[in-house]
Design a protein around this ligand. Sequence first.
Ligand code: UD2
Length: 319
Amino acid sequence: MDLDGKKILVTGAAGFIGSNLVSKLLTYDCKIIGLDNFSTGRREYIENFLKNQRFNLIEGDIRNFNLLQKKFTNIDIIFHEAALSSVIRSLEDPLSSHEVNVTGTLNLLLIAKELNVERFVFASSSSVYGETKTLPKQEDMPLSPFSPYGVSKLAAEKYVYSFYKIYGVNTVSLRYFNVYGPNQVASPYSGVISIFISRILQNQSPIIFGDGTQTRDFTFVKDVVEANLLAATKDTAIGRVFNIATGKRISIIELAQLILKLCNKSRIKIQFQPPRAGDILHSLADITLAKKFLNYFPQFDLQQGLKETIDWFQSKRTG
Ligand code: UD2
């Protein structure tokens, strides 16, 4: 399948991953509808897209089924990136995480079925695994998430699979592992890399929850975008679930030291606070399936990705 000539819906188009995806999609000859309710998305991320005739914005909420049904009549591909991400947010407000991540996804699946779309790509998460007995995490391992966020992503993923099996919707689920990069703003709910970079550039200590020995497989957003394009175009992807990661991990303490070094701020001391509730200890992906069925080969190692991300934060500060 080719993206050229397609009508594409991107939910969460003004969000971190959605905006990076739209930016890439605009290099193809396709029409894009961006849907966002701007609860966490940012208008500044889509300002440039709005100048392009091939991009249209619909402001709205994925929880509002009537709106979705009214606005969307003819769509070929849906990239469903809209979500209330963050484990922390889900601990504070599990109901909203459920409504957006589960009911919102079910609404979009119903639209996908009604419109008979060619492909539905779902942004799932490594959090569906919870703590596994062994590493790396493989797609067919038992899933036992314990944060409400992980549970909501797993429930949504199961709906996605159900719509593939029962109604024949051509779905693909991508389990993103700790995505970072440009357009991820630092907030209490954002990924650790954005928080560390933002603090360090303001000469503040990075704060580690726990002893810092917990590990993560950090994935650069441009690799995630590429995985989405492959998921939308490769027929071998249909009905499957894939880990999208690098297959390498780093501890949070090593991560803090690396960012301090790359920012030339190694003199800043790291601070420690008690471990965060809902946190798992280790996360590392096996990406064999994605390599085999998607032809997904990550292009950015952590150093490269961090440099691009730090540059983006710096340009934001000076711009
Ligand atoms: C989870 C998912 C990830 C994605 C994300 C969405 C796992 C393994 N990962 O990310 O795939 O879906 O949720 O939000 O389930 N930390 C600090 N200091 C800080 C901030 C974080 O030490 O200032 C620690 C935190 O305690 C954790 C690690 O850094 O051990 C990563 O935290 P995170 O919030 O970036 O991401 P995580 O793993 O909860």
